[in-house]
Design a protein around this ligand. Structure first.
Ligand code: PHE
Length: 358
C-alpha cells in the first residue's frame, strides 16, 4: 500500500507537469499500457491470497480510475490551450481596411452604371440584356427603320461578313434592340432598363467606336407621356444628386417613338467645370418618346390596348458630365494613371440611402 501511494503521487505529478498531448500519451502508456506500472501490478494480483486480493485489487482499481480521470482532464486542458493559441494566431480584424481592394479602382463607367441600376431598380425597373451581335430585324426593321430608311445611314453600322443565308449580322448600334427582344419575350406590364455596349464607326473627342448606352422601356395599358416625364425627372434628380433640376423636353424625331423628344438639362459652365441643374445653358442628355404603334405591332402587341414609352442615353456621356472627365477616348485607353485619378474605391458601393457618389 505504501508503494501504491508513492506510485500515485509520482504519476499524478508527472501528469500535472506534462506539456504536450504527446508527452501525456507517453505517460499513459507507461502507467496503463500493456507494460505499464499499474498493469504490471494488476498482473500480480493473481498470486495474492483472497483477502489481500480484495483490498489490493480495490486500491488498484481506484488508482487506475483516478489516473484515467486526471489524464482526461489534462488532455482537455492541453487541447483548449492549443486551440486558444491557434485562435490568437489566426486572429482576424474584420474592421481593418482591406489592403488589396483599396489598391484597385472602379472605372467611372462602371460606377455610373451601378448608380443607374440603383436608381432604376428602386423605381421597380428590372435589368434586361441583349446580344452585342444583332440582326437587321432587331436593330432596325422592328424599330420601324425599314431598309431604305435614311436613319440607317446615320448609324455608321459595323457589319459582319454575310452568313450562309446571305444576311449580314451587325454590331448593335444602340440598346434599342433590347426593347424588341423584351416585348417579344415578355407580357406587359413591362418595366426594364437595358444597359450595355453599343458600336458605331465613329471616333473623335466625344465619340468612340464602342460606347455604352442605357435603354429604358415601359409598356402597360395606361402609360402616358406624363409618366415618361415624371420618370426622367426623378432619374435626373437622383443621378445628379440635386433637389431641383431645370429641364426641357424638346420635340425631336426617332423612327421608333411618336411623339419623340430630346431632353436638355440646365447647366452652367465655368473654369471649375460644368454644373448641372441650373444655369442659362442647355445640355442634351437623352432621347425618348412614346413607343411607335408600328413597333408594338412588330412585337405582336395591340397598339389599341397597350402604350408605352422608351428612352435612351449615353452612359459614358453621363459619366463625363457628372465626374468632369474631359476626353471620352481616355475612358478606354486603360491608362492606370487616369484610372487612379478618376476611378472609385471598390468598396464605396453606390446606394440611394448612403449617397450615390459621396
Ligand atoms: N436609340 C436612340 C439612339 O441611339 C435613343 C432612343 C432610345 C431614343 C429610345 C428614343 C427612345 O439615339
Amino acid at each position: 500500500m505504501q508503494n501504491l501511494d508513492k506510485l500515485k503521487a509520482e504519476i499524478l505529478s508527472e501528469i500535472a507537469a506534462a506539456k504536450t498531448p504527446d508527452a501525456l500519451e507517453t505517460l499513459r502508456i507507461s502507467a496503463l499500457g500493456k507494460k505499464g506500472h499499474i498493469t504490471a501490478l494488476m498482473k500480480e494480483l493473481g498470486a495474492l491470497g483472497p483477502e489481500q486480493k480484495k483490498t489490493f485489487g480495490a486500491a488498484l482499481n481506484q488508482l487506475k480510475g483516478e489516473v484515467n480521470a486526471r489524464l482526461q482532464e489534462k488532455k482537455n486542458a492541453l487541447e483548449t490551450k492549443a486551440l486558444n493559441a491557434q485562435l490568437e494566431q489566426d486572429h482576424l480584424d474584420v474592421t481593418l481596411p482591406p489592403e488589396p481592394a483599396s489598391e484597385g479602382r472602379i472605372h467611372p463607367v462602371t460606377q455610373v452604371l451601378e448608380e443607374l441600376m440603383e436608381i432604376f431598380t428602386a423605381m421597380d425597373f428590372k435589368i434586361a440584356e441583349g446580344p452585342h451581335i444583332e440582326d437587321d430585324f432587331h436593330n432596325f426593321t422592328a424599330l420601324n427603320i425599314p431598309p431604305e430608311h435614311p436613319a440607317r445611314q446615320m448609324h455608321d453600322t459595323f457589319y459582319l461578313k454575310p452568313g450562309t443565308d446571305g444576311a449580314r449580322k451587325l454590331l448593335r448600334t444602340h440598346t434599342s434592340p433590347v426593347q424588341i427582344r423584351t416585348m417579344l419575350s415578355e407580357k406587359p406590364p413591362i418595366r426594364i432598363i437595358a444597359p450595355g455596349r453599343t458600336f458605331r464607326s465613329d471616333s473623335d473627342a466625344t465619340h468612340t467606336p464602342m460606347f455604352h448606352q442605357l435603354e429604358g422601356l415601359v409598356v402597360d395599358e395606361f402609360t402616358t407621356m406624363g409618366h415618361l416625364k415624371g420618370t426622367i425627372e426623378a432619374f435626373v434628380k437622383a443621378f445628379f444628386e440635386v433637389d431641383d433640376v431645370k429641364m426641357r423636353f424638346r420635340p425631336s424625331y426617332f423612327p421608333f417613338t411618336e411623339p419623340s423628344a430630346e431632353v436638355d438639362v440646365g447647366c452652367e459652365r465655368s473654369k471649375a467645370g460644368i454644373k448641372i441643374g441650373t444655369g442659362k445653358e442647355w445640355m442634351e442628355i437623352l432621347g425618348c418618346g412614346m413607343i411607335h404603334p408600328k413597333v408594338l405591332e412588330y412585337c405582336n402587341l395591340d397598339p389599341k390596348k397597350y402604350q408605352g414609352f422608351a428612352f435612351g442615353c449615353g452612359i459614358d456621356r453621363l459619366a463625363m458630365l457628372k465626374y468632369g472627365t474631359p476626353d471620352l477616348r481616355a475612358f478606354f485607353d486603360s491608362d492606370l494613371r487616369w484610372l487612379r485619378h478618376y476611378g472609385f474605391r471598390a468598396l464605396d458601393i453606390p446606394t440611394l440611402a448612403g449617397g450615390l457618389s459621396r
